[in-house]
Design a protein around this ligand. Structure first.
Ligand code: MN
Length: 375
């Protein structure tokens, strides 16, 4: 009965759509769109005339729609200008030219741009992740195009009036959060600032010995071998986490994550944060108790292996993020402040499958002075 009803519904929907299609074609009218209002429509249902919007945009870049997995931006490249030579390590990009003439170049390195094509109005350009690329305005009027990134490339609401402004924003975004000389930035196995049995019962001696002495040591050994002869041979951990992928990312991420994790604990830890961090936690989560609850819920709800983080944006606004495997909020442009490891290797010897109990117990050893110093 239910199935039949559903079928009827689909039939009616089909008829209505066909009718609508017929009306639309027989009237042969372009649907009227609302007046152009250039802004970032965010992850909201949106229908606009993309041609009209692209033609109305005179900024170098205007973010038009920023979703979770996809983003669209409008671009206007002045006569003689270009988009700028760049590559997106893990982002595919689509561009469509609405007006103007361009030369498109792509290649595997900055200096070997062997792919060269001319493109103009109504042309589409597909740029694979990892390819160096540039689009040069070779015409005599502004080059009007729109771009689709997957995943999103720019912060929600981005407006860059000029290319210079875009480059400044890029530079600011690439600025490191951490000084490479900070103790948790080392690629060597960190020395623990407490005895291996000092954190019990939150973390037992046996867990520390395996977690620090075997698991973390393993990542340190792997990374050493992986980066030999690569562009990351002399890079610091933050650079590797921001810019690498695959095995180098996994091992560098696990080292940075574990360094932040182990060095935030103390046998005299526990209690509440104070100062600026305490205020920011209250502002973001209502209270410290509520923050703890949300943090634990995020950790328990993370499927499989990963890390739950307290992270800050460049304005200091706090959020909780869940990252799977070796993930770190750095790849989202956020500064990592506090983290709980929810890989089973972090708690299985002490708590077996009771991840929630482990997370609850970790509060008793958090050294808030150290966590505050990261904020
Ligand atoms: Mn771990």
């Amino acid at each position: 009965m239910e199935i039949k009803r559903a079928k009827n519904r689909f039939f009616l929907l089909g008829v209505s759509l066909a009718l609508l299609g017929w009306i639309t074609t027989s009237c042969n009218q372009t649907p009227k769109s609302d007046p152009v209002s250039l802004k970032d429509y965010g992850a909201e249902p949106t229908v606009i005339n993309i041609d009209a919007y692209t033609m109305s945009n005179s900024n170098f870049r205007t973010a038009l729609w920023t979703g979770v997995n996809l983003q669209s931006t409008l671009m206007s490249i002045p006569v003689g200008g270009d988009v700028g030579l760049e590559k997106h390590p893990a982002t595919d990009q689509f561009l469509r030219i609405e007006e103007g003439t361009a030369q498109v170049v792509m290649g595997d390195t900055e200096t070997s741009l062997s792919f060269v094509k001319t493109a103009g109005k109504d042309f589409a350009i597909f740029v694979p992740a990892g390819k160096w690329h540039n689009i040069i305005n070779t015409g005599n009027k502004p080059l009007k195009l729109y771009s689709i990134y997957s995943p999103a490339e720019h912060p929600h609401g981005t407006i860059h009036k000029t290319q210079e402004e875009a480059e400044e924003a890029e530079e600011a975004a690439n600025q490191h959060f951490f000084n490479k000389n900070e103790n948790f930035m080392t690629r060597e196995l960190i020395q623990l600032p407490y005895a291996t049995d000092a954190l019990a019962p939150a973390i037992s001696r046996q867990t520390i010995e395996f977690h620090h002495g075997k698991h973390l040591q393993g990542y340190v050994n792997n990374l050493k071998n992986l980066i030999q002869g690569t562009e990351f041979a002399n890079a610091d951990l933050e650079t590797m986490v921001r810019e690498s992928d695959g095995a180098i990312f996994n091992n560098a991420g696990q080292i940075l994550n574990h360094n932040l994790y182990f060095l935030q604990f103390s046998p005299t830890g526990g209690g509440n944060p104070s100062g600026r961090l305490a205020q920011a936690i209250n502002a973001a989560f209502g209270s410290f108790e509520n923050f703890q609850k949300e943090f634990e819920t995020a950790g328990v709800g993370l499927f499989g292996s990963g890390w739950v983080w307290l992270a800050a944006d460049r304005d200091g606004k706090l959020s909780i993020t869940k990252e799977s495997n070796a993930g770190n909020p750095l790849t989202k442009g956020l500064k990592p402040i506090l983290t709980f490891d929810v890989w089973e290797h972090a708690y299985y010897l002490d708590f077996q499958n009771r991840r929630a109990d482990q997370l609850k117990s970790l509060w008793s050893i958090v050294d808030w002075k150290i966590v505050e110093s990261r904020y």
